[in-house]
Design a protein around this ligand. Sequence first.
Ligand SMILES: *Cc1c(COP(=O)(O)O)cnc(C)c1O
Length: 230
Amino acid sequence: MIKENLKEVKEKIQKACLRSGRDPKEVTLIAVSKTKPVSMIEEVYTEGIRDFGENKPQELREKYDLMPQDISWHMIGHLQRNKIKYVVDRACMIHSIDSVRLAQAVEEEAAKREKVIPILLEINIAREESKFGFLEEEVYDAIETISKLPHLKIEGLMTIAPFVENAEENRIHFKNLRKLSVDIKQKNIDNVNMCNLSMGMTGDYEIAIEEGATFVRVGTGIFGERNYIK
Ligand SMILES: *Cc1c(COP(=O)(O)O)cnc(C)c1O
């Protein structure tokens, strides 16, 4: 089942790239393995996937320690400051930097280890009450501060689009995230590299690719529905 799912997702990514005149090499598929057991992750690994996404620090740590070392683990969920220690040595990138305070706390942990951590700034592009992330008008002040932190490297933006019936409804949000990243790029701020857009999930990744996604985060489309009741 997983094998077929993955094949379908890869084909859809290829097609979305073709439609939008993009090189498929620009798009990295992150298999979002949260709540899923190591046995399923191994199946996806065997199919050649090396980028996995987790939203809970302890879960990322556990799986990191059990799985091959050539995996790139992406931290994609809201991060509490007291849990940074679990991911700072293990995540290749933190997609979910949603406050200046969090960035400063990651800086502290990274500095202790003399590491530089690639990060994305999470943007609440659809201005949903329920979501974490910077509002567009907040992001410039945030970048001003975060870009000066020597152990963080800003490499782009991330968003979680609204849950919608028709994925086309999210196109405008993906367009807006892209626009924001272009605006930031034009400011040529030191230590800010707007080379990544992390956007698109199972319901809308094809549209996100058409609008410029470089990372798509697909969970259900690969692993099937998540069951939170254990
Ligand atoms: C769970 C999750 C995903 C994957 O969602 P699916 O709809 O299962 O593809 C992507 N991004 C984030 C931040 C998530 O928490």
